[in-house]
Design a protein around this ligand. Structure first.
Ligand code: ADP
Ligand code: ADP
Length: 225
């Protein structure tokens, strides 16, 4: 099965004056193994909503998402979390690292939560931090690192459970131009080396241009851009 299949996804929110706001109006999207897809669109178009649904952070109002062939429609929150943790890694604009913990501990966390043994997971996390070029920063806390380094830790953490799909929401939105380019290089190196599929929500056209496909989210639908 492909890493991601979204089938006729609709999302409605309660709208103003008791009405309904239909943000996604029947979106279908298949992402193949190793494919990188960029999603662009105006602010408020529904990009974050779509990313949350394809990442099993939220359920569609109608339609379905299959991650590695596993359907999320109708799943209870704990089941949804299990599918998400097995198949998806997230990188957000702001890193969401735990401030009290070192880079190593932050990267270990997903696998410890999944039931891994600390001794094993320490070694795995070291490997992941080395893979993002941060072997010299394993014992640093987030506040002791630059913005670019923090995002690299977030990428290492996103890879901890060896996801089929990496989802990124403005991953370089908070970085200067040079640091952004280095982060984009890292993401595409990972895709090259691990074959991880990627869906990138971004306003950054340099990043979007590197994807295999660019899709424009507008009026609740996806169009080729
Ligand atoms: P984008 O990421 O493209 O800026 P969003 O997905 O954040 O767009 O939001 C799309 C629309 O849905 C916006 O009008 C936003 O206000 C609305 N929206 C998003 N989440 C919710 C929610 N939980 N409840 C109600 N409206 C929401
Ligand atoms: P980001 O820019 O970090 O992607 P957003 O501002 O798009 O984040 O949304 C952050 C969270 O707030 C999301 O979970 C989204 O569903 C929620 N949200 C966005 N707009 C609204 C809204 N109008 N009402 C309620 N929740 C919203």
């Amino acid at each position: 099965a492909p890493p991601l299949e979204a089938v006729d996804v609709h999302k409605r929110y309660p709208g103003p004056a008791g009405g309904t706001l239909e943000v996604l109006r029947g979106i279908s999207l298949t992402v193949e193994a190793g494919e990188a897809v960029a999603i662009i669109g105006a602010s408020g178009a529904g990009k974050s909503t779509l990313l949350h649904i394809i990442g099993a952070l939220d359920l569609p109002t109608e339609g379905d998402v299959r991650l590695g062939g596993t359907s999320i429609a109708g799943l209870a929150p704990t089941e949804l979390a299990a599918v998400r943790n097995r198949h998806v890694g997230f990188v957000f604009q702001f890193h969401h690292l735990l401030k009290e913990f070192t880079a190593l501990e932050n990267v270990m966390m997903p696998r410890l939560i999944a039931g891994g043994r600390p001794a094993d997971e320490r070694a795995v996390a070291r490997g992941l931090l080395a893979a993002v070029g941060l072997e010299s920063r394993v014992d640093h806390k987030p506040t002791e690192m630059s913005g670019g380094e923090q995002q690299r830790v977030a990428v290492a953490r996103a890879l901890a459970n060896d996801p089929l799909l990496l989802l990124a929401d403005e991953p370089s939105g908070n970085l200067d131009h040079h640091t952004s380019q280095a982060l984009h290089d890292l993401l595409f190196d990972i895709r090259e080396q691990r074959g991880t599929s990627m869906v990138l929500v971004t306003h950054n056209l340099e990043l979007a241009d590197r994807a295999d496909r660019v899709l424009h989210l507008t009026e609740g639908g996806l169009e080729s851009a």
